[in-house]
Design a protein around this ligand. Structure first.
Ligand code: GLU
Length: 491
């Protein structure tokens, strides 16, 4: 049997972290078993449709390195892969069920349904459709269908139980008495999720349906639909909930935001994959670093746990730092150039100076946690003057003493002016600046923040001696003069 899995997002916005984990696990299961991974767009809720999200879904998958064998852009014999283009299939299934008496047209108006719900609440009865239209005869149903709006409801079995055999959680038993006749086809002719998923998972020959555990309570609906249609269900695996660091349901505030936002904020796909992989799964009891390649080889559902996983952003940051330090030098330089091109102000000439990028690359590695820190840390290197800064920063670490800051700048001007152009480099610059300690009667670490601000427009960053060496003599002295002018202004 070929393993066939799918990721079936609804295009209602950019995919979030919690959701994309289902894609990663489904992909990994298919790859680890030489199977097929399918992307299917479940766009049946026309009110919640966000046009741009199909692109965002595909972009998120591509960014992470999750490739699909069938689906939009890839083709496949089970297409089209947009549910909105498959309506006849759902309508056919609905009709089959109407004919066999397992589904019926419901003509109840929204007003009647509202009243019914209000009465249920008032009587403290569980909510759910009361089954009124079940009693309509086939002939009457047929006749009214020509002129009235209707939905199609599935007639749930109400006696006994329905059992879900979940690959992760084992058997879960549902009391049928608690079920109600859910809508499977809406009045606009679109299926609800329940009908869509059952028809498509069957038609696309899905063997393992992996989805978030918010769908567990829908499983009895799906199981009964399969039974009524005489189809064989896939194996189900409901992935554990992802909780925020506060151990509450993961929310936007606690990190469940768009995957593409993580890319924008400077996370690497390797770090994200590694992070997602361990949200509910483990390779063994000690491995904490894992790549797509490893997942392709070793992923299995046996090691997915049922307990909720905790989303720990510090862990993601840690992984990001790790993969930054692991990057081959060539790629690291490309990444720096890319982020500088993107984030630095238009006043900085493009392309970004490749030699300066190469020179600063090793210095940056240990200092960058997320890639969005690159431009703020290195921007100072590419312009003639320092990036614009608030002159108050120059006196921040001198207790507001502009006179002292001015003495520090003057001392640096004097010391660095003595370093000849052809000698300019890290060591001579260091020696000159260390030599300022005696004259100023101050320790290096007390006065360097002023020089950091003068050179880079910020009180810390890439080590000062390296920075000045990279800036060169002329620009370094010019920046000190500019700082001097700012300080004179304050006195
Ligand atoms: N369209 C559903 C969602 O986005 C799919 C759930 C499933 O994988 O069956 O959550």
């Amino acid at each position: 049997m070929t393993v066939r899995t799918r990721y079936a997002p609804s295009p209602t916005g950019d995919p979030h972290i919690g959701n994309i984990r289902s894609a990663l696990f489904s992909w990994a299961l298919a790859r680890a078993n030489s199977g097929v991974f399918i992307l299917r767009i479940e766009d049946t809720d026309r009110n919640r449709l966000v046009e741009s999200s199909v692109d965002a879904i595909m972009e998120s998958l591509r960014w992470l390195g999750i490739d699909w064998d069938e689906g939009p852009g890839a083709g496949g014999i089970h297409g089209p892969y947009f549910q909105s283009q498959r309506l006849p299939l759902y309508q056919k299934a609905a009709l089959t069920l109407i004919e066999s008496g397992r589904a019926y047209r419901c003509f109840c108006t929204p007003e009647r349904l509202d009243q019914m719900r209000a009465a249920q609440v008032a009587a403290k009865r569980p909510p759910g459709y009361d089954g009124l239209c079940r009693a309509i005869s086939p002939a009457e149903s047929e006749a009214r269908a020509g002129s009235e709006r209707f939905v199609v409801r599935f007639a749930m079995r109400r006696e006994g139980t329905t059992v879900l055999d979940d690959l992760i959680r084992g058997s879960i038993v549902f009391e049928n008495a608690l079920q109600d006749d859910f809508v499977m086809l809406k009045s606009d002719g679109f299926p609800t999720y329940h009908l869509g998923v059952v028809v498509d998972d069957t038609e696309m020959e899905i063997t393992h349906a992996i989805r978030g555990d918010e769908w567990i309570s829908s499983a009895p609906k799906h199981i009964q639909l399969y039974e009524a249609l005489g189809w064989k269900p896939p194996l189900w695996a409901h992935l554990p909930l992802i909780l925020g660091p506060d151990h509450k349901k993961l929310s936007k505030r606690t990190g469940d935001t768009s995957v593409l936002d993580y890319r924008r904020n400077g996370y690497l796909p390797e770090a994200m994959v590694n992070f997602l992989a361990f949200l509910g799964w483990s390779l063994d009891d000690h491995t904490s670093l894992i790549t797509l390649e490893d997942l392709k080889e070793h992923f299995s559902l046996e090691r997915v746990v049922a307990n909720p996983a905790v989303f720990d952003i510090d862990r993601l940051d840690h992984l990001n730092g790790h993969y930054i330090r692991e990057m081959p030098p060539e790629r690291w330089r490309q990444v720096i150039a890319e982020w500088c091109e993107k984030d630095l102000p238009a006043s900085i000439p493009r392309p970004i100076h490749p030699e300066l990028v190469a020179a600063v690359a090793p210095l940056l590695r240990e200092r960058v946690g997320v890639l969005s820190e690159i431009a703020p840390l290195t921007g100072f290197l590419f312009g003639f003057e320092a990036p614009e800064y608030d002159p108050a920063l120059l006196v921040e670490r001198t207790g507001g003493d502009a006179g002292l800051a001015l003495r520090i700048i003057d001392s640096a001007l004097l010391a660095l002016d003595r370093v000849a152009g052809e000698q300019w480099g890290r060591e001579p610059v260091e020696a000159a600046i260390r030599g300022m300690e005696d004259g100023l009667g101050m320790k290096l670490r007390k006065f360097v923040p002023v020089l950091y601000v003068a050179a880079m427009g910020r009180p810390q960053g890439i080590p000062l001696f390296d920075s000045l060496a990279l800036l060169g003599r002329e620009r370094s002295l010019q920046r000190l003069r500019t700082a001097r002018a700012h300080l004179e202004h304050r006195l």
